[in-house]
Design a protein around this ligand. Structure first.
Ligand code: AR6
Length: 186
């Protein structure tokens, strides 16, 4: 894994692994607007929670309605996952967005909104997936740029409690793109 020390005691890490196994205060899910956790990160989280994450997500949708692209919503994790809460972030679908700029803005928003939710719940640690780079097919390099921009911007303007930010990626290709980007920031 690659780690960047943002400042005293604050770190940003890109690591290879299954996000489901993360022992952090909050895990961010790569969700869709309906919080319908079929495949990818969402499917894996839902399965690991024994279906509990889908049940609480259905309740969320009944109460508050669907999410927009770029939004983030918090639910409990259900008890089986190591984290207490899941932050559902909705990234853009590559072929539904007009331009690369719009795509990166939606990712930036989704990550920023997730960080704001993490701050509200006073999370000290959080694990993000490589949002939109799987089923949603956004260019890995574009997604990496937007995700790092959002995290660094947030860090310089707010975070006091949130000291451990991780990006956890299952596949080798996506991991190497994100690790290269982090090295470039260093
Ligand atoms: N741990 C870490 N990374 C993973 C894992 C895992 N368990 N599984 C996949 N990845 P995706 P999206 C990587 O498709 O593109 C779902 O059906 C994967 O290789 O999970 O935002 C939702 O319900 C890729 O690099 O998210 C939505 O409908 C990255 O995580 C839709 O997919 C994100 O892939 C969201 O698509």
């Amino acid at each position: 894994s690659e780690t960047l020390s943002i400042n005293k005691g604050h770190k940003l890490t890109v690591k290879r692994g299954n996000i489901v196994e993360e022992d952090v205060d909050a895990i961010v899910n790569a969700a869709n607007s309906r919080l319908d956790h079929g495949a990818g990160v969402a499917g894996a989280l839902s399965k690991a929670s024994n279906g509990e994450l889908q049940r609480v997500s259905n309740a969320y949708i009944r109460n508050y309605g669907q999410l927009q692209v770029g939004e983030a919503a918090v639910t409990s994790a259900g008890g089986k996952l190591k984290c207490k809460r899941v932050i559902h972030a909705v990234g853009p679908i590559a072929h539904e967005v007009k331009s690369d700029l719009a795509c990166s803005q939606f990712i930036y928003q989704a990550i920023t909104n997730s960080l704001l939710e993490a701050e509200k719940m006073k999370a000290a640690s959080i694990s993000f997936p490589a949002l939109s780079t799987g089923i949603y097919a956004v260019k890995k390099s574009l997604a990496a740029d937007a995700i790092f921009q959002a995290i660094l911007k947030f860090h310089y303007t707010s975070s006091k409690v949130l000291t451990d930010i991780r990006i956890v990626i299952l596949d080798e290709d996506t991991y190497s793109v994100f690790a290269q980007h982090l090295l470039a920031i260093k």
